[in-house]
Design a binder for this molecule. Structure first.
Ligand code: PRP
Ligand code: ADE
Length: 232
């Protein structure tokens, strides 16, 4: 079996099968040449619709990639800053970003989308609305007015803490964690930890951008991560 890798999706390219006339023809119509012909046509149709879908997804990913601006030495020397504010200036690329996430999660029974401050607050709410899920903000310390649980973490450039309102997420909730970017993975690990502490199930983490050199994905262990753009 051949596979075509488009970011995190494996598009399976089925090799056309050769059908032989067989003795089963009369006793098993599913193996008849006529059925084989039809089934080959259906496979070819499904291959071409997969390829069309892959090409469309590829176009959207290219547009998203081009819309992200990279600024060297911000906020300090040596950091290549991935600036998503330019993505937000392009309504087509911004919508493509949201649509790609919604298409992936629409049938996954997500009950809560947790967005990490600050940039997870940009992508999370439209995804939550489209999925019919609640949105829960994971905020920097001392911003939430009600009782909170908190978790500390380390960053590519410093340390921080995130907090979540007690009662916003409940045991049994199925959570999707959204952020703009994964670098070292510290932020997503802290978000996962908060969500699991209250008994919810983290289905997946999703980011627009991954910095693979920082190996944040490894830090997440077996928790699945979906990203649209990988930037080295
Ligand atoms: O994978 P990590 O190493 O944890 O880094 C990723 C996090 O860093 C950035 O946020 P930042 O903490 O800079 O906060 P901001 O969104 O408020 O600017 C980014 O938006 C992620 O949340
Ligand atoms: N290189 C980077 N660009 C944008 N946001 C980040 N957060 C952590 N590292 C970052």
């Amino acid at each position: 079996m051949n596979t075509l890798k488009i970011f995190n999706s494996d598009i399976i390219i089925l090799k056309p099968k050769r059908y032989l006339h067989s003795a089963n023809f009369f006793i098993n119509p599913l193996k008849s040449p006529a059925h084989s012909f039809l089934s080959n046509c259906q496979k070819k149709q499904s291959i071409s619709s997969h390829m069309a879908a892959a090409a469309a997804a590829g176009d959207r990913i290219s547009r998203i990639t081009s819309a992200i601006r990279v600024i060297p030495d911000f906020p300090k020397p040596g950091i290549l800053f991935q600036d998503i504010t330019t993505l937000l200036l392009d309504p087509v690329a911004f919508k493509d970003t949201i649509d790609l996430f919604v298409e992936r999660y629409k049938d996954k029974d997500i009950s809560v989308v947790a967005g990490v401050e600050a940039r997870g607050f940009i992508f999370g709410p439209p995804i939550a609305l489209a999925l019919g899920a609640k949105f829960v903000p994971m905020r920097k310390p001392k911003k939430l007015p009600g009782p909170v649980i908190s978790e500390e973490y380390t960053l590519e450039y410093g340390t921080d803490k995130i907090e979540m309102h007690v009662g916003a997420v409940e045991a049994g909730d199925r959570a999707l964690v959204i952020d703009d970017l994964i670098a070292t993975g510290g932020t997503l690990c802290a978000a996962i930890s908060l969500l699991e502490r209250v008994g919810s199930h983290v289905v997946e983490c999703a980011c627009v951008i991954e910095l693979p050199e920082l190996k944040g994905r490894d830090r997440l262990g077996d928790k699945p991560l979906f990203v649209l753009v990988s930037s080295s």
